[in-house]
Every structure is written in structure tokens, then in C-alpha cells.
Design a binder for this molecule. Structure first.
Ligand code: PEP
Length: 251
């Protein structure tokens, strides 16, 4: 089994002072048994890398352009992230898909750009409430993963982490039950192993959507859930430390 992974997504929140506080809080913890990532706004990436330098925490970006450097004002390329030693990026978060109209094709292009620049992509998939109520949750997630599978070799896919984030659970306080989350994760794993077989060893599958210290243990007890993607709670150092500690024990 892969080690549990806790990835915090600060979204468009945070500050240099909060980064210093978070680094001080996490430095004191014994988190060897889990991997911890913090995905911060692009403007803070380099500063965050310096702050977490002496900790086990790895810093990532929340988005990138899938295009080569050029006339794309305001964008950040994979080459630029690589240049500042940023080795992780979130791709296709539902807020990017829903608010900024990011398509499945763009998600694939961005994922490939990450891989080409030795950046580990954390790709988000998940259904809306209407899709879940219509009984389409599994199919939506399988289709989103299918778009990646069409374009990625087994070796490329092995570098990807996938987060199942039901859109109705993000920032709402609603958490998918551990049973429902496990059901989708098992389907994702089946889909990946049917396609890649043994060529692509176990991919890390995370759950995201209103995760708190009180819910993480049960989620990580599920056989196909390898970690959590944490939004709001990753801004609270006490809560985030508790989540990381719970994941470290779950290993
Ligand atoms: C997220 O932003 O990926 C997320 C899961 O947010 P929250 O934990 O706040 O629901």
C-alpha cells in the first residue's frame, strides 16, 4: 500500500505570515509515516518552499498553464514551476473546471505538461450533486479518468495522484460517507487496473470534500483511499496538524 498522503489546498487564501506559522507548527510534528503536501497560491510558492525546507512537507502549486511559455499574460508555465523547484501541482480542481471553464482536454494537457517538467500532478475528478442524484457519479468519474488514460502511458500515469472530490462536498461541510467514497475509489482503481494492468502499479487515490480531523480516520480506513485533499481545514494549523497526525497513525 502507498503511504498515506495529506494534501492541503489553500485556494486563494493565506499569507506569508500564515506560511511561517504553518511551517513552525508542522516542523514540530513526527510525520514520517505520512506524506504532507501544501498547495499554495503561485505567488507564495518560492517563499513556501524556503519555509518548509527543513520539514518533511512538500510545496506545490494549485494550477498551471499547459502551454509553452509565450504570449499568455497572467499565466504560469510548467517550466516556470520547475525553475523554482516546485515539483507538485494540482490540476483540474472543480473550482477551475466550474468557475474558469477548464475542460477535460485542458486537464489532460496540463497533466502532460507537469509530467514533461518533472512535476507530480494531483488531478481532481468528481461529480455534481445533480449527477449524483441522477445515479451518474461512478460514470462521471470513470469518464474523467478515461480522458487521462487515453493520453497517458502506464509510466506517465504512475506519476499521477488522483483526488476524488464530489463537488457537492467541497467547502459545504457535507462529507461523502466513507462507504460512498470507498465505492467510487474502488471503481476508479478497477478502471485504472483494467486499462493498465500490472504495468502501472498502485496509483494513489485521495478523497477530498470537507475533510476534518474528526472524519479523516474513517476515510483512511477504507482499502482504496490513500489520502485526503483538504481545503478549508488546511488553513487552520491546529486542525491541519491533527489531520496529518491522524494520517500518520493510519499508515
Ligand atoms: C478542496 O478545495 O479541494 C476541498 C476539498 O475543500 P474543502 O476541504 O474546504 O471542502
Amino acid at each position: 500500500m502507498p503511504r498515506p498522503l495529506v494534501a492541503g489546498n489553500w485556494k486563494m487564501n493565506g499569507s506569508k505570515s500564515l506560511l511561517i506559522e504553518m511551517a513552525n507548527a508542522l516542523r514540530k510534528e513526527q510525520l514520517e509515516a505520512c506524506d504532507t503536501w501544501l498547495l499554495v497560491p503561485a505567488v507564495f510558492v518560492e517563499f513556501a518552499i524556503q519555509q518548509f525546507d527543513t520539514t518533511a512537507v512538500k510545496v506545490g502549486a494549485q494550477n498551471l498553464s499547459g502551454q509553452a511559455p509565450g504570449a499568455l499574460t497572467g499565466e504560469v508555465s510548467a517550466a516556470m514551476l520547475e525553475d523554482v523547484d516546485c515539483r507538485i501541482s494540482l490540476v483540474g480542481h472543480s473550482e477551475r473546471r466550474q468557475i474558469f471553464g477548464e475542460t477535460d482536454d485542458e486537464v489532460v494537457t496540463k497533466t502532460k505538461a507537469c509530467i514533461d517538467h518533472r512535476i507530480q500532478p494531483l488531478v481532481c475528478v468528481g461529480e455534481t450533486l445533480a449527477e449524483r442524484q441522477a445515479g451518474q457519479a461512478k460514470q462521471i468519474v470513470v469518464d474523467q479518468i478515461g480522458r487521462l488514460m487515453e493520453k497517458l502511458t502506464a509510466a506517465e500515469m504512475a506519476a499521477v495522484v488522483i483526488a476524488y472530490e464530489p463537488i457537492w462536498a467541497i467547502g459545504t461541510g457535507e462529507v461523502a460517507s466513507a462507504y460512498d467514497a470507498q465505492e467510487i475509489h474502488a471503481e476508479m482503481r478497477r478502471t485504472l487496473s483494467d486499462y493498465y494492468g500490472l504495468e502501472c502499479p498502485q496509483i494513489r487515490l485521495l478523497y477530498g470534500g470537507s475533510v476534518r480531523a474528526s472524519t479523516v480516520k474513517e476515510l483512511l480506513a477504507q482499502p482504496d483511499i490513500n489520502g485526503v485533499l483538504v481545503g478549508g481545514a488546511s488553513l487552520d494549523k491546529h486542525e491541519f496538524v491533527q489531520i496529518c497526525n491522524a494520517a500518520a497513525i493510519a499508515d
